[in-house]
Design a protein around this ligand. Structure first.
Ligand code: NAP
Length: 244
């Protein structure tokens, strides 16, 4: 059975990715950082439906945690077939002059350094097998830039750079690296928005609704499947037409 490591899978988009992939037969690693309870309950839910799931706690920004996530996964489920770099945090919306050093550092650590460190570890396992898939979760703000979201947007633009450079580097090793740039998706991450803000965002979305975590999970399922074997280095916007 092919195993997939999903970072930040305790909640939101990552949890939907883990559920969707388990349903179609992948063994999934549910990485989480702080939300142990929801990670354990997701793991139980997948196992009760006949799937294979494993919880591994770890902060993706810490090298020792990343190495442990991959080594425990390897011991229990074998060489990872795919890595989904989904873990991330957002900041309160604020003008750049109000952002603190520690906010800048924590957003880059979770959103960009984490994805780089996980990718670095993943390819060590994938290259000898000449096979592997990496899907990075960016954001529409990484593509077009969000006012009062400078640090988050920059970290997510970095994910796009990571995708393009790494896809060039590891294509000769049989590894596909792609990126999904979601629009506004209904998870805890957007709980800071008021109802009015959400209505405005909905109005700005030509398809007339916000996205669901499953909208993203379905695309991840496609990108790691054989049907996407000739796709690499691409940025797939899933945003209801918000940015085209
Ligand atoms: P969420 O509901 O807030 O979930 C974030 C997940 O990331 C949680 O499982 C959290 O784990 C994990 N995480 C955060 N920091 C981590 C770290 N250092 N190490 C390991 N795990 C960590 O957010 P979401 O909306 O599902 O977002 C998932 C991804 O999609 C993020 O990269 C986000 O930037 C991106 N995205 C979201 C939207 C949106 O509108 N929701 C739009 C575009 C892009 P714990 O709770 O266990 O700490």
């Amino acid at each position: 059975m092919k195993s997939v490591i999903v970072t930040g899978a305790s909640r939101g988009i990552g949890a939907a990715i883990a559920k969707t992939l388990a349903k179609v037969g992948y063994a999934v690693v549910i990485n989480y950082n702080k939300s142990a309870e929801s990670a354990v309950s997701l793991c139980r839910e997948i196992r009760e439906s006949g799937g294979i799931a494993l919880n591994i706690q770890g902060d993706v920004s810490l090298t020792s945690d990343v190495q442990r996530i991959f080594s425990v996964s390897y011991e229990q489920l074998g060489t990872p077939y795919a890595l989904i770099n989904n873990a991330g945090i957002a900041l309160r919306g604020a003008p750049i002059q109000d952002i603190t050093d520690s906010e800048i550092e924590s957003v880059f650590a979770a959103n960009l350094t984490g994805a780089i460190k996980c990718s670095r570890e993943a390819v060590k396992y994938m290259i000898p097998r000449h096979c592997g898939k990496i899907v990075n979760i960016s954001s529409v703000w990484g593509q077009i830039g969000g006012s009062c979201e400078v640090v988050y947007s920059a970290s997510k633009a970095g994910i796009i750079g990571l995708t393009k450079a790494l896809s060039n580097e590891v294509a000769p090793s049989g590894i596909n690296v792609n990126c999904i740039a979601p629009g506004v998706i209904t998870t805890d991450m957007i709980s800071c928005y008021s109802k009015d803000d959400l209505n405005v965002l909905c109005d700005e979305t030509p398809l007339g609704r916000l996205g669901t975590p499953e909208d993203i999970a379905n695309a991840v399922e496609f990108l790691i499947s054989d049907k996407a074997a000739f796709i690499t280095g691409q940025i797939l916007g899933i945003n209801g037409g918000m940015a085209v």
